[in-house]
Design a protein around this ligand. Structure first.
Ligand code: RNT
Ligand code: ZN
Length: 420
């Protein structure tokens, strides 16, 4: 896009919004403060860098075989650096424990240490991103029975408890070195394909494992743990130990951050409506912004209605400082750099629209019982020139605006990823 087009459109947008009493510069400044946590696993279809090759398990699946996936730490870092050049704002990178720098050696999950992530910390510091972390309870022989932390076999359960313990230490060390708490997400795939007669037993085991490991207090200056529920997984359709009720109860009781993954609920159930409830009962929320499509919970995020409802709920609740926004999807059927950029930009656009909402007027209408007026203004707000504000925000940050990032990604594909 040409600079003068961007500027002209922005001036027009600014005036249109000013007529509604909205300050676009303020909205841009608010948007600029929101760091989105990019999931490292879109770059390589959730493979990671453990030396033992195995399939992706745990009821999740990346379908497609588009060429150019990263397969080394260097390639993955280069891809993320490329992605960051195409995004306005400062963002975070969300690592999984299997993405450690293991130096070509096999290091089992109950043996990992902060030193395996030191090169990540150094890299992140160099490129100016903060890191978040996830323990990895899938794609491992000891998770094949379907049960990790909830396993009735004490040996297997304690193996995973040790993994969790070590992941918390690693995340805390990341947080200490980066001077910003590292958010550590706990998701276990535990569940069963068919009906179980031991629902309570597995949940009791999971609660015991979490209670025991989380009892080891770590300063929240360094580490913030969060817990993620799910409805079902592939091959784990009948029962999930860590259900929504389980973790909502656990989080409310223990004052913990709860993770809401947009793809982990019934097809017509949405996480946007959960924000205002959870905010009353848990300290903070972590989001895994994703896009469910039928059985899959992890399609690339696009600017759809639910994404807009989600960001509207966060902004309307004045909760930007209590909701952490991370992405979680994996699509192996398209250019993976493109998948990141589309998802982050969609999320930013949804946030910007929410920040530009004429909320005072809308609330005034609602208080007066003027429901037609509320509906009409909500409808009009959808087509206000927010895209011009986003393009301007990109340009101001020295980032390609509009469709131009498509050719930049094609170029990177030609020069880098296709040669892998
Ligand atoms: C799985 C969960 C979980 C994973 C990542 C890889 O359904 O959403 O967050 O996607 O940990
Ligand atoms: Zn998730």
């Amino acid at each position: 896009m040409k600079d003068n087009q961007i500027n002209q459109a922005f001036e027009y947008a600014k005036a249109r919004y000013a007529d509604l009493g909205i300050d676009v510069e303020k909205a841009i400044n608010q948007l600029d403060k929101i760091s989105i946590s990019l999931h490292c696993w879109q770059a390589d279809d959730v493979k990671g860098f453990e030396t033992i090759d195995g399939d992706l398990t745990g009821g999740i699946q990346a379908t497609g075989n588009y060429p150019g996936s990263s397969s080394t730490i260097e390639e993955l870092r280069a891809d993320i650096e490329k992605v960051l050049t195409l995004l306005p704002g400062r963002h975070r990178l969300n690592l999984h424990a299997i993405y450690g720098d293991f130096g070509g050696k096999f290091v089992d999950r109950d043996q990992i240490e902060p030193k395996h992530f030191q090169s990540w910390i150094d890299w992140a510091n160099k490129v100016g991103v903060k890191l978040d972390f996830n323990s990895t309870f899938f794609s491992h022989p000891k998770s094949e029975s379907g049960f990790t932390l909830s396993n009735p076999d004490k040996g297997i359960q304690s193996f995973w408890m040790e993994h969790l313990r070590r992941c918390r230490k690693i995340a805390a060390e990341i947080g200490r070195q980066q001077g910003s708490p590292c958010i550590h997400n706990i998701w276990v795939p535990d569940g069963s394909k068919d009906r179980t007669v031991n629902r309570l037993a597995y949940r009791t085991n999971l609660k015991y494992a979490l209670d025991t490991v989380l009892a080891e207090k770590i300063d929240s200056k360094y580490l913030v743990d969060c817990i993620e529920s799910k409805l079902f997984g592939l091959g784990l359709e009948s029962y999930t130990v860590g259900s929504h009720e389980f973790y909502l109860g656990y989080g409310a009781k223990n004052n913990m951050v709860v993770t809401l993954d947009a793809g982990h609920f019934h097809p017509t159930e949405v996480i946007s409506d959960k924000i205002s409830s959870l905010l009353l009962f848990v300290p903070e929320i972590m989001l895994h912004v994703s896009r469910p499509v039928r059985w899959d919970s992890d399609h690339v995020v696009i600017l759809d209605d639910e994404l807009q409802h989600l960001t509207q709920e966060i902004v309307r609740a004045n909760a930007l400082d209590r909701v952490h926004i991370g992405l979680d999807y994996f699509d192996a059927s398209i250019n993976r750099i493109g998948a990141y950029v589309v998802g982050v930009r969609a999320t930013q656009k949804a946030l910007l629209q929410a920040l530009l909402e004429p909320i005072a007027k809308l609330r005034e209408y609602e208080a007066n019982g003027q429901n037609f007026e509320r509906m009409a203004l909500l409808e009009e707000a959808k087509s206000l020139p927010w895209a011009a504000v986003y393009d301007y925000y990109c340009a101001k940050n020295g980032v390609t605006a509009g469709v131009d990032y498509i050719s930049e990604i094609q170029q990177y594909e030609k020069e880098v990823t296709i040669k892998r």
